[in-house]
Design a protein around this ligand. Structure first.
Ligand code: F6P
Length: 344
């Protein structure tokens, strides 16, 4: 069999570990040929690809980014109706001309939606869920999230010392365009006092009240972790909106830090290396069993799969009643609403 691999959407640590997991399993266990497709779905449209062999797969387990390159190309985007007809048709034509028996799509929500559409169009497709946002429906976790969590937590740990030296409030913006998983987990892991998520409506006056109360209780500084996707006036970053309002409403000296793309760079964490490897191997097992139209997933500690039709484009958001939020509230962490913990 000859299988194609592509990586699409925002990059993250662990993608190369997944490529390696697919490639080595396919070549060594099943004698398959493996074709690496460049720049996500663009590579299928423009016929840009390379045969992957053991040499090309060597040394990439710990390498950040993606050796294949990526793009946010959506071949089904309705922007240009001609393209919307041509691109999927071109992809199917090139898939056949390349002699592919299956296509592995490594990506987030958008990628899995396109993978589902290509599966509906008759291609043999397997999805692998990847994103630092951890917001792909159908799996407990995506690889990329643990690495970004390590990066964000280490950065926030560092901000504690400078906040304490200057007796300041530090506002840190982490990635997470729709879902607040990274803000929730890094906020708790790094001892954040206030955590703002897109999924929980917050009142900036409540945030200010909570911070003033901390100051009255002689807390020397405060750490505020915000997801980039919280609602703010158009064009204003989450960090800037929150920090300027805190300073104006409380009179307390406040500084902002946006971690940005640092969270997507560098070598994957050990957990992401293992998870990406497990996902890659599982994808090849599904292909060998001819179980197409699936996305590999983790349920508990079991690697399994779910139908792409159930996943395509659906977001896995943080439930406002998540047990982690409930426990955090009981420890006095404020989410910008209902912070009236009688004892704080
Ligand atoms: O989807 C992952 C992500 O990093 C989001 O957290 C972020 O909002 C977005 O990608 C940034 O997209 P781009 O890399 O296209 O600027």
């Amino acid at each position: 069999m000859r299988i194609g691999i592509l990586t699409a959407g925002g990059d993250c640590p662990g993608i190369n570990a997944a490529i390696r997991g697919v490639g080595k399993t396919a070549i060594l266990e099943y004698g398959m040929e493996v074709i690496g497709i460049s720049s996500g779905f663009l590579g299928l449209i423009n016929e840009e690809y390379v045969q992957l062999d053991e040499n090309l797969l060597s040394g990439i387990l710990t390498l950040g980014g993606t050796i294949l390159g990526t793009s946010r190309e959506n071949p089904f985007k309705k922007g240009n109706i001609i393209n919307a007809i041509d691109k999927p048709r071109l992809i199917k034509k090139h898939y056949q001309e390349m002699g592919l028996d299956a296509l592995v799509c490594i990506g987030g929500n958008g990628t899995q939606r396109t993978a589902a559409q290509l599966s509906d169009a008759g291609l043999n497709v397997i999805g692998i869920p990847k994103t630092i946002d951890n917001d792909v429906w159908g799996t407990d976790i995506t690889f990329g999230f643990d690495s970004a969590l390590w990066i964000a937590t280490e950065a926030i740990d560092r901000l504690h010392t400078t906040a304490n030296s200057h007796k300041r409030i530090m506002v840190i913006e982490v990635m997470g365009h729709h879902a607040g998983w990274l803000a929730l987990y890094s906020g708790i892991a790094s001892g954040g006092d206030i955590i703002l998520l897109p999924e929980i409506e917050f009142d900036i006056n409540e945030v200010a009240r909570c911070l003033k109360k901390r100051a009255i209780n002689k807390k020397p500084y405060s750490i505020v972790v915000v997801a980039e996707g919280i609602p703010t006036p158009k064009g204003e970053t989450a960090a800037h909106y929150v920090s300027t309002n805190i300073e104006n409403l409380t009179g307390l000296e406040t500084r902002e830090t946006i971690l940005g793309y640092i969270q997507r760079g560098g070598s994957p964490s050990p957990m992401d290396r293992v998870l990406a490897t497990r996902y890659g191997a599982q994808a090849v097992e599904l292909i060998a069993e001819k179980k197409f139209g699936q996305m590999v997933s983790l349920k508990g500690n079991t690697v399994t799969s779910v139908p792409l039709a159930e996943v395509g484009g659906k977001l896995r958001l943080v439930p406002p009643d998540h047990s982690l939020i409930e426990k955090a509230r009981k420890m006095g962490i404020c989410f910008g609403s209902e912070c009236s913990n009688p004892r704080t």
